[in-house]
Design a protein around this ligand. Structure first.
Ligand SMILES: Cc1cc2nc3c(=O)[nH]c(=O)nc-3n(C[C@H](O)[C@H](O)[C@H](O)COP(=O)(O)OP(=O)(O)OC[C@H]3O[C@@H](n4cnc5c(N)ncnc54)[C@H](O)[C@@H]3O)c2cc1C
Length: 647
């Protein structure tokens, strides 16, 4: 057998748990799994959309055209109006997916904020892509602070319509995805001015391009904002209005209406977060699956990559080195936790939306807090994981051919978009403090996933070093400390706003992240309990490694509070090393349970056949268009004539 193939095969033979049992858990249900497998097959087998080795040598325009072709073909095969259907597919494409913003953000906003008539008017046109609509909220001057957006929609009593206007450069809409060229509509967030009064920021469904020519309509300036860190296929755009008239029906009117010349509000305006909830849910669901791709590449490559000879005269696979295991295995364990969280979040958010549509807001705030915490934590973790996977593949990891740099680029924006992560964490901290206040007067109001606050005394008294207990203890101590600090600081003459912004900001971020980590632990435990007995042991090992890594990454609270001593800390470190040894022989099975085919991984170093070097050389010599097309004329000119002429 080919020597590196043999290394991979031997690693496969060492796996002791039934891989397909984990695959079932990863995809949650048979329908999602079959959709995912079908999509992988279609992409790999259809030449016009197949992920291409030379993709990163192409120009941006070629990449965009190819991504449009992909989405056209995927529309033929899948119901892209159903997020559960298309969400798992997004990790399989080279580049971002056109129309994902339109389906993932604008359609949900229309669903929750529009009346049924408005949804029936525009909704079906999204399905046929007769309408593609950007979600145009952010402006050059403001993103996180939505209440200070400057675009105005002024109600005109005479004509019973609105005038949409961009009063300054800082009011120009900037960043919305699919606005640059794809969209013909935009959901524009603007300050509603009624009888000279600002009624707050509301969404307006606005046509911006002509239906037949696709040219911007008169009064609209729109285009692409230019190259970015990654995301080359996403036409993030700008949009400005010059006293642009839009009909009354443009205002999404489920909760805010103008009827018979009167402005009125109906129901709970918190619903305006609803569409963001959908997109955050998708970020949590989809992107850990891209981390799973980078881990698949890195672990397969680390088994086939050999460096330095051992005392038996045999070269070591680099995965044999403890330091390499330390780079990858805790991340693999966390990846499982994140994937389980993604599945659980889909259920929680679904349940919340069903309630909201019946005007029941009882689970709304907790869902917002959980989503914000997990969006922030998982999005940063996915980017960090891509970087660690790249590093773990040495030089070859740096090449686009490894498949890893693109994962880094394409997931990096998630830290900022759909709510900048630190701003998200601050909202989570606010909710945690609110829940803490329920304890004395309204304990029945404490939601299930926050009920650690109901057991503060027991948690503080518990001396166990069981990992879940240590995670809960850290979270509890941090929450109590920050609440105390706020109270003390307010006693020194500072108001709440000052204390929040200037005294406790760093503590707030920390407690919010601790919550995300603890939530992940709880979901991991739920999965273990419901899993088939054949995989309970490996799942428990993964959960233990995940928990230990989290504890060891941030031990300060436990050490400062005297809850663990030096000896216990040493034991935790030793327990982690022991787990690395146990999980290492299972690592290949754990990544192969994700079941990505080679084309979906877009890699030449992490393929199923374990032949990284042959593929590297083949891609470099046969697929690299820079070699195929030959030396550019400018180089010939420089080397052939100009320099020599001067000599
Ligand atoms: C690739 C990409 C795609 C996007 N797509 C869309 C889209 O489709 N539609 C759309 O409308 N927008 C979109 N955006 C914009 C995005 O939603 C905003 O950039 C994001 O919400 C962050 O807002 P900001 O840029 O104003 O950052 P800022 O809020 O200005 O953040 C700058 C810094 O200030 C800090 N900060 C801000 N407020 C506080 C505070 N209260 N306390 C402490 N620190 C604070 C932040 O932590 C950050 O470090 C996209 C952005 C990107 C990068």
């Amino acid at each position: 057998m080919h020597p590196t193939t043999q290394l991979l095969q031997e690693a496969r033979d060492r796996v002791t748990f039934p891989i397909q049992e984990l695959t079932k858990l990863i995809y949650g249900n048979e329908e999602t799994y079959q959709t995912f497998m079908k999509a992988q097959k279609i992409i790999a087998n259809e030449p016009s959309i197949r992920n291409h080795p030379d993709y990163h040598n192409w120009g941006r325009k070629e990449q965009i055209i190819k991504s449009y072709e992909k989405i056209r073909i995927m529309h033929q095969h899948f119901n892209l109006s159903n997020a559960a259907h298309w969400a798992p597919l997004l990790s399989l494409f080279q580049g971002t997916t056109p129309s994902a913003v339109s389906f993932g953000m604008t359609v949900p906003a229309l669903r929750f904020l529009g009346t049924d008539e408005q949804f029936n008017l525009w909704g079906p046109k999204f399905l046929t892509m007769e309408i593609v609509a950007a979600y145009a909220q952010t402006e050059i001057g403001h993103g996180s602070d939505v209440q200070n957006l400057e675009t105005t929609a002024t109600y005109n009593t005479q004509t019973n319509d609105f005038i949409l206007h961009t009063p300054s450069v800082s009011a120009v809409k900037f960043w919305p995805g699919e606005l640059g060229f794809l969209s013909n509509y935009a959901l524009v967030y603007a300050k509603l001015i009624f009888n000279g009064k600002n009624k707050g920021v509301h969404p307006f469904m606005v046509q911006i391009r002509d239906n037949s020519t696709h040219k911007p309509l008169k009064g609209v300036a729109v285009g692409d904002i230019g190259p970015k860190l990654g995301y080359s296929t996403k036409d993030n755009g700008f949009l400005a209005f010059d006293n642009y008239r839009i009909p009354l029906n443009s205002l999404l009117a489920r909760y805010v209406r103008i009827e018979n010349g009167q402005f009125s509000r109906h129901g709970n305006e918190k619903i305006s977060y609803a569409s963001m909830m959908v997109s955050r849910q998708l970020i949590i669901f989809i992107y850990p699956r891209m981390a799973a791709q980078s881990l698949t590449v890195a672990i397969r490559y680390s088994i086939t990559r050999q460096q330095f000879t051992n005392d038996k005269g045999v070269e070591n696979s680099v995965l044999e080195y403890q330091t390499q295991q330390d780079k990858l295995l805790p991340r693999l364990a966390t990846c499982y936790g994140m994937i389980f969280v993604g599945l659980r979040i889909m259920e929680l958010v679904d349940d919340n939306f069903h309630r909201v549509l019946k005007k029941d807001f009882s689970t709304f705030q907790q869902s917002h807090a959980i989503l914000s915490a997990l969006k922030a934590w998982s999005s940063q973790w996915v980017v960090d994981t891509a970087e660690w996977c790249r590093l773990s593949c040495g030089g070859h990891g740096y090449a686009h051919y490894s498949g890893i740099p693109a994962i880094y680029f394409d997931t990096a924006p998630n830290v900022t978009l759909e709510g900048e992560n630190q701003v998200m964490y601050l909202q989570v901290a606010r909710y945690l403090l609110k829940v803490l206040q329920y304890v004395e007067k309204n304990p029945e109001k404490v939601p299930f996933y926050f009920n650690f606050v109901l057991h503060i005394k027991e948690t503080l008294a518990n001396q166990s070093t069981e990992y879940g207990q240590l995670l809960k203890l850290t979270l509890t101590i941090q929450l109590i400390n920050v609440a105390k600090r706020i109270k003390e600081s307010m006693g020194t003459g500072k108001n709440f706003q000052q204390v929040w912004n200037e005294v406790v900001g760093v503590q707030l971020l920390s407690v919010a992240q601790r919550y995300a980590e603890y939530f992940t632990y709880l979901v991991f435990q739920e999965q273990i309990q419901s899993a088939n007995s054949s995989v309970k042991e490996i799942l428990q090992q993964l959960c233990d490694l995940y928990s230990l890594q989290v504890i060891l990454d941030n031990p300060n609270t436990l050490i400062e509070s005297g809850r663990i001593n030096g000896e216990q800390f040493k034991q935790l470190n030793e327990a982690k090393i022991e787990l690395l040894n146990k999980i290492k022989p299972q690592a290949l099975g754990l990544v192969e349970a994700f079941n990505f085919n080679d084309n979906a991984l877009r890699t030449c170093i992490g393929c199923h056949d374990g032949k990284p070097y042959e593929h590297i050389y083949e891609w470099t010599t046969k697929e690299n268009s820079v070699n195929i097309k030959g030396v550019p004329q400018a180089v010939n000119d420089l080397m052939g004539t100009k320099i020599k002429a001067r000599l």
